[in-house]
Design a protein around this ligand. Structure first.
Ligand code: BTN
Length: 328
């Protein structure tokens, strides 16, 4: 943490104002240097009051997801935050950090992405300040063929965090879209680098629409996408939500690595499935499959009963729902 992030942390948790002398002592610098940090923090949007003869107090913090804002909300062991105001894609930055040896649990957060990436070569709408764009470096001891299960684990974690935050029934559209009232609120893109049978790193990238209004979506997304704010009518504390999401993912990832998908997250995922019972078409690498979704197989494949009665398991693909989602 930088000196400025440490000052914010101390002021946030202090019951009474902290004097310049005390801050200088904790940082091992002069009071003049403390003052310079306070001026810099004010420029970044922190409201720091200098109370005569008593010291500094934090009266307000900017709405951003930097280490100092996240620190009070991080409850797990993943604490290596890499925050940037702007980046092309947090996936690209996380990959570069992973290649340079970043440890498991390193997470990259940007306020804005200029080239946010979605699945199947799509772009991810990433305006500044309102949402969450993050990528996490993971290093599971996993055969590369099992990595798609990690996408399901991430989807279950995001849906659980949203349900906790909003009290709403967050569902998952296989493989990895989280929905509220049938509209997409989370997108997940999982990328990996592997050598033969060994995964070097996996990077789940998560985009969550938090505080954007429906009108702020591009016209082509308005019918299909939503945000937590649009569904609840209230502004979401982005830092608190981010802490919740990371804790949710770290807990499920730990169980997944220890027990495997079928014994850890599968039942929870199935309970949130938006597709079970729905009639769908799946465009998969092996061609199109049409039929009714039966659920999830133990390995994470989608079980579909085709119109000719045969059950097939689809490992990857894009699902279109015919006639709407089943009632839950
Ligand atoms: C999708 O639904 O198509 C996946 C969208 C994934 C978006 C997230 S935002 C954070 C991370 N960085 C990216 O460039 N993409 C992912």
């Amino acid at each position: 943490m930088t000196a400025e992030e440490r000052i914010v942390g101390w002021l946030r948790s202090a019951a009474a104002p902290l004097s310049g002398t005390e801050l200088a002592r904790r940082l091992g610098c002069t009071r003049a240097a403390v003052w310079k940090h306070v001026v810099a923090l004010r420029r970044q949007g922190y409201r720091i009051e200098a109370r005569h003869a008593r010291g500094y107090a934090l009266a307000g913090a900017p709405d951003r997801l930097g280490p100092a804002e996240l620190a009070p909300h991080l409850t797990g062991t993943w604490r290596n935050v890499h925050w940037v105001p702007e980046v092309d894609s947090t996936q690209r930055l996380a990959r570069d950090l992973a290649r340079a040896g970043a440890p498991e649990g390193t997470f990259v957060i940007a306020e804005r992405q200029t080239a946010g990436r979605g699945r199947l070569g799509r772009t991810w709408h990433s305006p500044p300040g309102a949402n969450l764009y993050c990528s996490i470096v993971l290093r599971p001891r996993l055969a590369p063929a099992l990595v798609p299960q990690l996408t399901l684990v991430t989807g279950a974690a995001a849906a659980a965090a949203i349900a906790e935050e909003t009290g709403l029934d967050a569902t998952i559209k296989w493989p990895n879209d989280v929905l509220l009232n049938g509209r997409k609120v989370v997108g997940i893109l999982t990328e990996m680098e592997a050598e033969m049978e060994r995964v070097a790193h996996v990077i789940p990238g998560i985009g969550v629409n938090l505080n954007g209004t429906r009108a702020s979506f591009p016209p082509e997304l308005r019918r299909k996408a939503t945000s937590l704010r649009a569904e609840t009518g209230r502004r979401i504390d982005r830092a608190a939500f981010t802490g919740r999401l990371l804790a949710s993912l770290e807990a499920r990832y730990g169980r997944f690595v220890a027990q495997g998908f079928a014994k850890s997250v599968r039942a929870e995922w199935e309970a949130r499935s938006a597709l079970t019972g729905a009639d769908v078409r799946v465009a998969s690498p092996d061609g199109e499959v049409a039929g009714r979704v039966l659920g999830l197989a133990g390995d994470g494949a989608l079980r579909v009963r085709r119109t000719d009665g045969r059950e097939v398991h689809v490992i990857a693909g894009e699902v279109t729902v015919r006639g709407g989602y089943r009632a839950r």
